[in-house]
Design a protein around this ligand. Structure first.
Ligand code: MN3
Length: 209
């Protein structure tokens, strides 16, 4: 497909990003089997669902039959958010964890949560107490320029428009059940020990220099 006169690139389907480390690299916090199924089956499923939904919407526009727009719009939000949050989930972790250093993220955390301990308390509680399946999310809200902890149900409920997620903890049972069974709180506590804080800061720096 030729480049548009405006310079816009032609659209391509969404792709499943490769896991940024080996499947066993997060052991013992997350085992190889959990990561393999989670990335290759669940995350891949959301990417495929997103592409399939976009194709169905295109076909609907072409045919003029928009009778399925409600279901397709729901699928777009669900699979689209699922695909994007999973990509960020892998980036949120690194083998052994990487500590938060002095810098803009630490300063913003101190300003918005009182201290790192304040953020930790809030983030852990929000992640552990999600009703059903969902996510704990640390996000940047660009209108006010503040950090927020959000509690997300499914992949897309309970958000605020325009926020940029910086750090996400998947608390769907598929993220931890093989290893932790019903002990979601144990998984969330362990997740917190392998966060890639310099990576979180890099994402924040796109908004705060
Ligand atoms: Mn998941």
């Amino acid at each position: 497909m030729a480049t548009q006169p405006s310079g816009l690139k032609p659209l391509t389907p969404y792709e499943l990003p490769p896991l940024p480390y080996a499947y066993d690299a997060l052991e013992p916090v997350l085992d190889k089997q959990t990561l393999t199924i989670h990335h290759d089956k669940h995350h891949a499923g959301y990417v495929a669902g997103l592409n399939k939904t976009l194709e169905a919407l295109e076909a609907a526009r072409k045919s003029g039959d928009m009778s399925a727009v409600k279901a397709l719009s729901k699928n777009l939000a669900f699979h689209g958010s699922g695909a994007l949050l999973h990509a960020l989930y892998w980036e949120s972790m690194t083998p052994g964890g990487a500590a938060l250093k002095d810098g803009v993220l630490k300063s913003a955390i101190d300003r918005d949560f009182g201290s790192f301990a304040g953020l930790q308390t809030h983030f852990l509680a929000a992640s552990k107490d999600v009703e059903g399946s969902g996510w704990g999310i640390l996000a940047f809200e660009p209108v006010s320029g503040r950090l927020l902890v959000l509690q997300c149900e499914k992949h897309h409920d309970l958000t605020i428009w325009g926020v940029q997620p910086l750090l996400v903890c998947d608390v769907w049972e598929h993220a931890y059940y093989l290893q932790y069974q019903n002990r979601r709180a144990d998984y969330v506590d362990k997740f917190f020990t392998i966060i890639n804080w310099p990576g979180v800061e890099q994402r924040l720096k796109k908004f705060i220099k």
